[in-house]
Design a protein around this ligand. Sequence first.
Ligand code: DI6
Ligand code: FE
Length: 401
Amino acid sequence: MQFDRLWLNATLVTMDGPEGDPLGVIRDGAIAAKDGRIAWLGPRAAIPGSAAETIDCAGAHLLPGLIDCHTHLVFGGDRAGEFQQRLAGVSYEEIAKAGGGILSTVRATRAADEAALIASGTPRLAALMAEGVTTVEIKSGYGLDIETELRQLRAARALAAAHPVRIETTLLAAHATPPEYAGRRTDYAAHVAQDIIPAAAREGLADAVDAFLDTAIGFDARETAMVLDVAHGLGLPVKLHADQLRDDDGAAFAARHGALSADHIEYANPAGLRAMARAGSVGVLLPGAFYFIRETHHPDVAAMREAGLRLALATDLNPGSSPALSLLLMLNLGCTLFRLTVEEALLGVTRHAAAALGRQDRGRLAPGLLCDLALFDIRQPADLCYWIGRNPCTGRVVGGR
Ligand code: DI6
Ligand code: FE
């Protein structure tokens, strides 16, 4: 068999092992690409053909390219000033209720044109990519009007076109109520459902739709259902910010609506977590936001395990609750703050992150999948979770190149 490229002399961490061995490590392994996909992988001694180009990995660990399945990477301005307010004792919720928080980023994002959004997003994307990330989900949600929401998604698509990375866009127009709709939250949710989602769908700008289900500062169950039902009707998969600040029964709601994932879920109750597992929804844990807003209520990881819920880990990169540019740091925080095992954490940024995006074509090393790879100069997989502030990524491959 003739391959386009062959990587040799690597420890393959396939994330596709049998039951009980999720990492599926193959020592002295090799992996081959053909037409952008993985054509073969296995022990070096068993290579079944030759390749136009051969790359010596010098003993590196080779993983599926990492996936950051929840970011708000495209936004205007920053919130360092609010960070200082919070250090002086004001809470995240108090700031939000006083018109700051998400709404201050909305003002800055509306004031930024597409070129400015691309320019400020570029170094953030570069930071993620430098750690071996090959797929990034990017949400809108700082426009809260048709024009700016679509501009955010266009900026995300432009970033994808300009860099060797795959970007999945998510429309999050139901993130907060904009000032024009103050006191008319339900009317805004109806506008999202009737106008903004169809406009994004018409232009092919959204790969999925998300909403912030939160009875105090987001949208209630009826409003959220209105938004998600329209998305479903247009054939768009849905995701949810749920149970971040209180138990709104968001996990059960996500399950009922067939959500790809429910994200945050610090306050989710065990019955809701079981419903999610049965529905095939992924639980996305965001330890950067937990850490940065000094949340103290831990996600019920024991109940998640017992339910058999698949867990992902992501940066939640955003200016308010998680100004985090490192997915590797999330591995460490997921293990230290939430007591995830190394295997759970690594599945969370590969296989289960792919599931949270509804993408079965990545997140594992297996024949037929996209040949998206990340190379790390480490002694063992646990090193990726153990070090704080070390970037051992020595190479990344997207689509076999
Ligand atoms: N929850 C979050 O943590 C982000 N959005 C959300 O619904 C925070 C967004 C922000 O503060 O700008
Ligand atoms: Fe978020």
